[in-house]
Design a protein around this ligand. Structure first.
Ligand SMILES: Cc1ncc(COP(=O)(O)O)c(C=O)c1O
Length: 401
């Protein structure tokens, strides 16, 4: 009998996104995504916490939602409630915090609950590619507002809100990454945070604050989160353990009033975030949060310096970049007209992978001469070597520098 496979192309929804590209494996000089430093993973401490919580609470795993209900691990929510008060100025009880599978799930839940096709959202012009993608997946009109060295240009947000009001349009949210912005590395100062909140009140548009890099300020002042200034519940706040602990733990959190969390829960169709990792993370963080974060920040600080000096050495004045005082990424501008996607394949052949800027912009053509380098994962030696090789590749492929 001739076996005939189904033609799934006729079955897959016409609205389904295209298939994911194959996983490219590992690169020696890995400057993409938000990978962290393997040397900063607290192996022994995590192993100790894992053994302890499995012995103490392992039997809870027999039931769905048995460690804090649908909002997720009560121990982690209690820890986050204390941490958010201490480091971000946020007053949130454990009942106003939901544990998510990475902060990606927070982005998904908010978009799922808020967006109808044709809705408008405002974001930073250069922003996290996943957030642009999620809003567009729901057929939203994404408007990107330029940034400067102090983050989102709040004056331009006001102009845009006024313009939209005249057209009868109220955006569903203003999405911002105020602390260690991805990809620009900027920090929004307090006066802009306050002004943005005023605009939120004036125009009736919530702020969607993504602080997934908030633990990583390694130089200068820590500004409070926008949520900390929010007296009227205008701000939805998400955060993550991906950058401060490890992306592989896949843990994030969403802070919102309880009735909104109930709304978001109805879209959280995964029958609960994995229960065992939040138990381990909570136990580890209760004891080691401060030391561990200090260690991560110190490593990032050194790597930022290594990357900026390597870029100056190998690319010279051809590139411009803002020196971030926290976070994991550097946003590098090449001369106008440079197409930074072009050398990507040649770079991969040399074991180097980087993010072309276009994917980090609401208007891709405005960032086609940028690249984004995450400096957290490669060692300092790999950063130095990798940037030397990258300069060679760029020179050979596009005559830059
Ligand atoms: C600004 C921002 N938000 C959210 C995420 C999602 O991260 P995760 O789901 O690992 O928490 C990322 C990842 O890089 C990011 O840069």
């Amino acid at each position: 009998m001739v076996k005939q496979g189904l033609d799934f192309s006729k079955i897959i929804s016409k609205d389904a996104p295209p298939p994911a590209p194959p996983h490219e494996g590992d690169f020696k000089y890995n400057f993409v995504s938000g990978h962290t430093d393997p040397e900063a993973i607290p192996i022994e401490e995590l192993a100790k916490s894992a053994a302890k919580v499995i012995r103490e609470k392992g039997r809870k795993l027999a039931m769905y939602h048995s460690d804090g209900g649908p909002l997720g691990s009560i121990d982690l929510r209690k820890f986050l409630s204390k941490k958010l008060a201490a480091t971000r100025g946020i007053t949130a009880s454990p009942d106003e915090i939901m544990i998510t599978s990475g902060s990606t799930q927070g982005i998904l839940l908010i978009n799922d609950s808020f967006l109808d096709p044709g809705d408008t959202v405002i974001t930073e012009l250069f922003t996290y590619s996943g957030s642009i993608r999620e809003a567009r997946r729901r057929k939203a009109n994404v408007i990107g507002i330029p940034l400067d060295d102090n983050g989102l240009r709040v004056d331009l947000v006001e102009q845009k809100l006024e313009e939209l009001k005249e057209q009868g349009i109220t955006p569903k949210y203003i999405y911002t990454i105020p602390t260690n912005q991805n990809p620009t590395g900027t920090n929004m100062p307090m006066d802009r945070r306050i002004k943005l909140l005023e605009l939120s009140s004036k125009y009736g548009v919530p702020i969607f604050e993504d602080e997934c890099y908030a633990d990583l300020v390694f130089e200068g002042e820590w500004f409070k989160s926008i949520k900390a200034l929010d007296e009227y519940n205008h701000v939805l706040h998400i955060g993550s353990l991906s950058k401060s602990l490890a992306p592989g733990v896949r843990l994030g959190y969403l802070v919102a009033p309880t009735e909104l969390l109930a709304q978001f829960l109805s879209s959280k169709v995964d029958v609960g975030t994995n229960m065992i990792t939040p138990m381990i993370a909570a136990d580890f963080l209760e004891e080691h949060y401060q030391n561990h974060s200090d260690n991560v920040r110190e490593k990032l600080h050194r790597k930022r310096d290594t990357l900026t000096s390597s870029l100056r050495e190998h690319f010279g004045p051809t590139v411009k970049f803002f020196v971030p005082r926290g976070g994991q990424v550097l946003w590098i501008e090449f001369p106008k007209g440079t197409d930074t996607k072009k050398p990507l394949e040649a770079a991969k052949k040399q074991g180097i992978i980087y993010n072309a800027g276009a994917d980090w912009s609401v208007e891709p053509e405005k960032a086609s001469n940028f690249i984004r380098l995450c400096y957290a994962n490669p060692s300092e030696e790999a950063i130095r070597e990798g940037i030397g090789k990258l300069a060679q590749v760029f020179h050979e492929e596009i005559s830059v520098p």
